[in-house]
Design a protein around this ligand. Structure first.
Ligand code: CUA
Length: 369
């Protein structure tokens, strides 16, 4: 027999947004329940009240009976009230949606890769886990997620947060855990035979416990450091200059690139975010930086999704400093329409491969691996 305390209408509320989502949900349920009952009552009531009685003779067709002003008012009332109610639902839902889709600027970043049928989690500091996610309490946590194969969906009911994890792009989800404990992770998008087994656990810990946990794991260096070794391994430094103001390489300088606006050969501009960097590595010809030639080979098939995240973290670590750029505050777009607006890039015509004059200094701390 099921005990009463095991019966829960709602999952635990363990994030800052959970109560807001529940409030909206309760509102929707109450409005639906009210109108369902009202309509059911009216159907039954009128069916009885206007039922056919034999003493009235055969039913009469009332085609052109007066529906005058009274009918008009009734029509307006039952159109306008639902309209207002729907607008409240829309406004309220949109407000929560906007909150949920904009991670605060100083969020702690964690990467998630979905794969048939597991969740791979990668912390900036290097710790990695599978089907488990350890986070500190009362911190904004931003998950940057992608998939290695099909569409998955990262869902933590206790946080009331959920997002499709799509191959070939980065999706962001954030939450602020407010209660220490262990909570379910589900895959909420059918992704094949073992979809139902693609589950895991979020552990919300005190900051002290989390630091201890983080210190115990890892050993391979931070993500950025691992990205740097991969960068060297793949020979990226042969073309991309490593010194901050060196623009004589055959390929664009990656220092201070992340988050900036990049001028492209075709005159358009693009923001250097995760997706741009990913695309430039896999499809280098897709967006050529103004002043450079289409000479970079594709690295498609040579880098795993995990490796890609490490490379991106490495590029991020080259600046600008974390926190300067965030999704929530769009960068001011310069209005320059001049065809040659780039001052920090090579001018057109100086694109020929430059022989390296001096051996490149090995890019900073040669970490692990
Ligand atoms: Cu992954 Cu369902």
């Amino acid at each position: 027999m099921m005990e009463a305390k095991n019966f829960q209408l709602f999952p635990e509320t363990a994030s800052s947004i959970a109560n807001q989502v529940d409030a909206l949900y309760v509102f929707l349920v109450l409005v639906s329940a009210f109108f369902s009952l009202l309509i059911a009552f009216v159907v039954v009531f009128f069916a009885i009240k206007y039922r056919h009685r034999p003493e009235n003779g055969p039913p009469i067709a009332h085609a052109e009976e007066e529906h005058g002003v009274g009918g008009m008012i009734l029509e307006i009332v039952w159109s306008v009230i639902p309209l207002l109610l729907s607008l409240v639902m829309f406004g309220w839902g949109a407000a929560i949606f906007f909150t949920e889709s904009r991670p605060p600027a100083d969020s702690m970043e964690i990467y998630v890769t979905g794969k048939q049928w597991m969740w791979k989690i990668q912390h900036m500091e290097g710790a990695r886990e599978i089907n488990e996610l350890h986070v500190p309490i009362d911190r904004d946590i931003k998950l940057t997620m992608t998939s290695e194969d099909v569409i998955h969906d990262f869902y933590v009911p206790a946080f009331r947060t959920k997002a499709d994890v799509v191959p070939g792009k980065y999706v962001v989800e954030w939450f602020k855990p407010t209660k220490i404990g262990a909570y379910h992770i589900f895959c909420a998008e059918y992704c094949g035979t073992k979809h139902s087994g693609m589950i895991g656990t979020v552990y919300v810990m005190s900051q002290a416990d989390f630091d201890k946990w983080l210190g115990a794991g890892g050993g391979e260096g931070s993500m950025a450091e691992q990205g740097q070794s991969l960068f060297n391994q793949l020979g990226c430094g042969n073309c991309h200059p490593s010194l901050v103001n060196d623009n004589n390489g055959r390929c664009p300088n990656l220092n201070n690139l992340f988050g900036s606006q990049v001028d492209l050969k075709d005159g358009s501009r693009v923001r250097a975010d995760e997706s741009y960097i990913r695309e430039s590595i896999l499809y280098p010809q897709a967006k050529i930086v103004a002043g450079y030639d289409d000479i970079m080979p594709t690295f498609k098939g040579l880098i795993t999704e995990d490796g890609m995240l490490k490379l991106i973290e490495y590029v991020k670590s080259l600046g600008p400093p974390a926190g300067v750029v965030d999704r929530a505050t769009p960068l001011p777009v310069e209005t320059s329409t001049s065809p040659n607006p780039s001052t920090h890039m090579l001018p057109q015509g100086k694109t020929a491969p430059q022989p390296k004059t001096a051996p490149r200094p090995a890019p900073a701390p040669q970490g692990n691996q």
